[in-house]
Design a protein around this ligand. Sequence first.
Ligand code: NYM
Length: 212
Amino acid sequence: NKESISSRGALIVLEGLDRCGKTSQSGRLYKYLDEQGHSVESWRFPDRNTGVGQMISSYLANKSQLDDHAIHLLFSANRWEKRSLMEEKLKSGTTLIVDRYSYSGVAFSSSKGLDIEWCKAPEIGLLAPDLVVYLDISPEKAAERGGYGDERYEQLEFQKKVAGSYLSLRDSSWKVIDATLSIEDVEKKLREVVLDCMMTCHKGKPLSQLWP
Ligand code: NYM
């Protein structure tokens, strides 16, 4: 009915290179929206709590080896297994702040040399974000931030390729925020674009699917 459509939550996705500040910013944004009285949840992909998520986690920790295509499909399956819950939450009025989504899937896998259209295909039919925020930082600057961890992909040369892939995925609807600004300034800019998007969804913007 009209009422439930007009009061749906927003699907907000944060993307960026490793160490760009996504995780701290999604935490701060969640806290702010929650304190403002919004119905909001903080999500992340990969969701390491599911069976598929545990396979991904073990792969990222270099504890298991998988074919590049196989791990790509697991990342995608990990989003598919949360799709119906995601739709339910959004329709019931909860805004979701999601730390990484299909764009990470495509950017990281295509950086290994997989065909970009092949990478996008399994994401078709997942819910399309209402807003994608890209926290923009150069791979070199990101690498300076207390260094990378020991996970797969956390290396400067690879991150340079990921940055290039993100660039080819970006479109004019993405909001790009300079991630080298102070934590407070990034937070302020992020709040502005998110509140604006939530308003649009609240007014009745329909949910759509990837890839638009
Ligand atoms: N990653 C993340 C992918 O390669 N494909 C995906 O679909 C997603 C969601 O996993 N380096 C990569 C990007 C990260 C790594 O993510 C773990 P995080 O945000 O560090 O937990």
